[in-house]
Design a protein around this ligand. Structure first.
Ligand SMILES: Cc1cc2nc3c(=O)[nH]c(=O)nc-3n(C[C@H](O)[C@H](O)[C@H](O)COP(=O)(O)OP(=O)(O)OC[C@H]3O[C@@H](n4cnc5c(N)ncnc54)[C@H](O)[C@@H]3O)c2cc1C
Length: 521
């Protein structure tokens, strides 16, 4: 994320003064002759008319990229390089992918082809069948669609920890420029920084996660109420659609062969067998009813808009209703569908009041978590919490806990409380917990752990190990919310002090907890 505001400023947007105020602080990107070329209209669920879409060489795209793209090293672009490399990490899609847009424009500008590379290692934290299946399965779909869209996409699966670990470095030695995704969690930004420090060409990180460029929010936001009005001003503008296009030059067969990359033949790939061959944790099983990829995400989005969106504000609060929300968070986490496409589709199909409620989750809370993890590098520790929470914790740290469980007991869903255990079982079986139950799940880990530090560690471990949407900015936003982040002080009680309390026993009066409990007993 570009946070350096010392560059010479220039006016970015002519669209409105409002937008100017927010965005005029960042750009020093210099764009030379960006050439237009054959235009390939990519299929999106709600295809806006061509005339209403910005082209890749438009001012709109250039100004978005001025906010979203940030250099990771000081090395110059290598004009003698053979290609531009887009190292796909967290935005696992071709559509509405700002990093891919940036790489395409740069490839055209310097007259090189574009190589899209994605690699999967076996040793990232909590690598298991569940997460690997989402990534490998999505790669198969990307591989099948790449040719038709005019992209060269290569996917390398490193099955053993001892396997080839320098693929990006090797590809970078022949590149003019490396472009990658900006993403504050799941180790992406730190991995990119390490690579950028050792390669011999320029490397840029581009943020595609939010509907609104994360750099548009210049400081850490304290609460939903502080970010909401800012989002409201930027939202419609940020949702304006762009017509993507492939790079002008394609990768020749000889260049492709010379890369000597042990890329998987995706067309013929048996995903389960490929995942089984990896040195990862095979005890966390893939979720069979969650197909990876854009096609599955769009099917889920269509079903949500057709069947649920009209009653979203009420159904979302009923844990017994497993179809009461979009269930899109895994697809959004892996960047397999863009939040902008989800938002536009909902806006086209839903009643305004319900769409607003949905936007409050998809935009307000999601962008708030992204802002938190982007602007506060202590997001995974208690130091990431506001002062009032830490003072409160100091006062209540020694309060006796009614129950104290360790990680193993929580993980085994073996607490005394059937409703809490049901939530943990849902997580283990499906890779998600109903949103309402997720709050109880977190709050009671805080109440039943030996310390706040231990509670945070347990929540992060279980969430990121089992949840399909884990290791996301939302993971840390949601978990830290249970410890008071984004909230205000409430009535004082044991252990939590003034952190908001939720009574799990009263949950039975608030919603049909028995049905939920039975389902996951
Ligand atoms: C303890 C705890 C842990 C959480 N861990 C995660 C996590 O690992 N990954 C994750 O994506 N979300 C997490 N959340 C937030 C929220 O629970 C999920 O995003 C939501 O339940 C996903 O279901 P859905 O896709 O059906 O949401 P919908 O209700 O359909 O909402 C649409 C989208 O909006 C976003 N969203 C919804 N609620 C929130 C929220 N409270 N905060 C931020 N964004 C939100 C998500 O991207 C979601 O897919 C956590 C919340 C808590 C309390």
């Amino acid at each position: 994320m570009c946070t350096d505001t010392s560059h010479s400023h220039r006016k970015l947007f002519t669209k409105s003064d409002l937008v100017n105020q927010h965005l005029a602080h960042l750009s020093n990107l210099r764009w030379n002759s960006i050439r237009n070329s054959n235009i390939c209209t990519l299929q999106i669920l709600m295809v806006p008319s061509s005339a209403s879409m910005h082209t890749l060489d438009s001012t709109f795209v250039r100004d978005q990229l001025a906010l979203r793209a940030c250099p990771l090293n000081e090395v110059r672009l290598q004009p003698e390089g053979e290609y531009v490399l887009y190292w796909m990490q967290s935005t696992m899609r071709f559509e509405e992918n700002w990093a891919l847009r940036f790489a395409t424009l740069e490839a055209d500008r310097v007259g090189k082809p574009l190589v899209i590379y994605q690699g999967l290692n076996p040793h990232y934290e909590h690598a298991n069948d569940r997460t690997h299946t989402m990534i490998v399965g999505n790669a198969v779909e990307l591989g099948r669609r790449a040719d038709a869209l005019g992209y060269t996409y290569l996917f390398h699966l490193r099955t053993t920890v001892a396997g080839d670990n320098r693929v990006v470095d090797r590809l970078a030695t022949r590149a003019s420029l490396v472009v990658t995704d900006a993403f504050p969690t799941a180790g992406v930004d730190s991995r990119s920084a390490r690579v950028a420090a050792r390669i011999g060409c320029r490397m840029m990180a581009v943020d595609s996660h939010g509907v609104i460029a994360a750099a548009a929010f210049q400081k850490e936001e304290f609460a939903a109420r502080t970010i909401r009005p800012k989002i409201a001003k930027l939202r419609d503008f940020s949702l304006e659609p762009v017509r993507d296009q492939p790079p002008r030059l394609s990768v020749s067969n000889s260049l492709r062969a010379s890369l000597e990359l042990d890329a998987l033949v995706l067309d013929a790939l048996d995903v389960a067998a490929a995942v089984a061959s990896c040195e990862i944790d095979h005890t966390v099983a893939a979720v069979v009813d969650r197909a990876p990829g854009l096609t599955a995400a769009r099917a889920q989005l269509s079903a949500f808009c057709a069947d649920t969106l009209s009653d979203y504000s009420t159904r979302r609060n009923a844990p017994a209703d497993s179809a009461g929300s979009s269930r899109l968070s895994p697809y959004l986490h892996y960047g397999q569908i863009s939040a902008a496409e989800v938002a536009r589709t909902a806006r086209e199909t839903g009643a305004p009041a319900e769409v607003e409620k949905f936007f409050d989750e998809l935009l307000t809370w999601r962008e708030l978590s992204l802002n938190f993890c982007t602007r506060n590098r202590k997001f995974a520790t208690l130091d990431g919490l506001p002062n009032w929470v830490r003072a409160n914790m100091a006062r209540h740290a020694a309060d006796p806990r009614e129950h104290v469980y360790d990680l193993a007991t929580f993980e085994a869903a073996a607490t005394h409380h059937p409703l809490w255990n049901a939530a943990q079982r849902e997580l283990m079986a499906t890779g998600s917990i109903h949103n309402v139950m997720r709050m109880y799940w977190g709050k009671y880990i805080v109440l039943w752990s030996a310390s706040y530090e231990e509670a945070l560690r347990i929540m992060i471990t279980l969430n990121n190990k089992y949840a399909l949407d884990g290791r996301d900015p939302n993971s840390y936003g949601g978990i830290q919310w249970c410890l008071g982040k984004f909230d205000r002080p409430w009535q004082r009680r044991p252990v939590l002090g003034t952190i908001r309390y939720m009574s799990i026993d009263l949950a039975y009066k608030k919603f049909d907890a028995r049905t939920y409990e039975r389902r996951w007993s």
